[in-house]
Design a protein around this ligand. Structure first.
Ligand SMILES: NC(=O)c1ccc[n+]([C@@H]2O[C@H](COP(=O)([O-])OP(=O)(O)OC[C@H]3O[C@@H](n4cnc5c(N)ncnc54)[C@H](OP(=O)(O)O)[C@@H]3O)[C@@H](O)[C@H]2O)c1
Length: 252
């Protein structure tokens, strides 16, 4: 028999949130390049349309992009209803980051980051599981952050949501393992995406930060390649874990 590429995603149907921008979009395109059929989710119609065009240029699979504000129960229900058939992979990448030192955090700020970074992925996963829309042998990937592992001034609320996501993922991994569904997290440090541009605009420059990264800031494809690994058979023995990817930040 010929060589079977363990990273191949042919015959996988993968739902990716946050596919209109940054890491989620890179993951969507990378999955399509590895042979998957992609269903991308976001809010911004124009950016979603662009993702759709780029997916169509990669393969003739029936890729789709769907608009949903994942903090809204009605939008989550409509998304789940629109799927039609079970998925084999789920990447929960939609998220926001808001900078604020603890003494300035407002209740609204806390609730906003909690709603999209924790409640939305948990409730979307639940809705999919309840309707048996996550097929046996699927892989679920949550995009957490290095902020869940180390202290970074100004990101307490965000860090808390990502730490919650990791803790939740471990319990979920225990619950779904009987169906050979796996759940894991990726914890990237700074990656060059629009989210980072927003932070840079706020801080003026990222040059100080960059000095702490022996391998430099990450590129969206660095995270996408790790997502492909976790979604593919190459990681069939890995569940309940978190891959820290930080260009050497935490060993310096
Ligand atoms: N960039 C980094 O350095 C970095 C590092 C570690 C972790 N992360 C994590 O990686 C994830 C993606 O970050 P990114 O850098 O790619 O950010 P980004 O470019 O700002 O993209 C964020 C994505 O989330 C979607 N989104 C936000 N709120 C949503 C909502 N209520 N409903 C549906 N979709 C929503 C956005 O959709 P629309 O634009 O269509 O609204 C967009 O597709 C986040 O969870 C972030 O915490 C990023």
């Amino acid at each position: 028999m010929g060589f079977i590429n363990p990273f191949d995603l042919t015959d996988r149907r993968i739902l990716i949130t946050g596919a209109s921008s940054g890491l989620g979009k890179a993951i969507a395109l990378c999955c399509a390049n590895m042979g998957a059929e992609v269903i991308g989710v976001g809010r911004d119609e124009e950016r979603l349309q662009q993702t759709q065009l780029e997916l169509n240029a990669i393969s003739s699979k029936p890729h789709r992009t769907l608009r949903a504000d994942l903090t809204q129960p009605a939008d989550r229900d409509a998304l789940v209803a629109a799927l039609g058939a079970p998925i084999n992979g789920l990447v929960q990448c939609a998220g926001i980051s808001r900078l604020s030192p603890v003494r300035m955090i407002t209740e609204q700020h806390l609730r906003e980051v909690q709603a999209i970074n924790v409640e939305a992925p948990m409730l979307l996963t639940q809705a999919l599981l309840k309707r048996n829309l996550i097929a046996p042998d699927s892989s679920i990937v949550f995009v957490a952050s290095i902020a869940a592992h180390i202290g970074v001034p100004g990101v307490a609320a965000y860090s808390g949501t990502k730490a919650a996501l990791i803790a939740m993922m471990r319990c979920l991994a225990m619950e779904v393992v009987k169906r050979r569904i796996r759940a894991n997290c990726l914890s990237p440090a700074l990656v060059e995406t629009p989210l980072l541009d927003a932070t840079a605009a706020l801080l003026g420059s990222m040059d100080e930060e960059r000095k702490h990264y022996p391998l430099g800031f990450g590129k969206p494809d660095d995270v996408a390649n790790a997502a492909v690994f976790l979604l593919s058979n190459a990681s069939r023995w890995i569940t309940g874990t978190t891959i820290v990817m930080d260009g050497g930040l935490t060993i310096t």
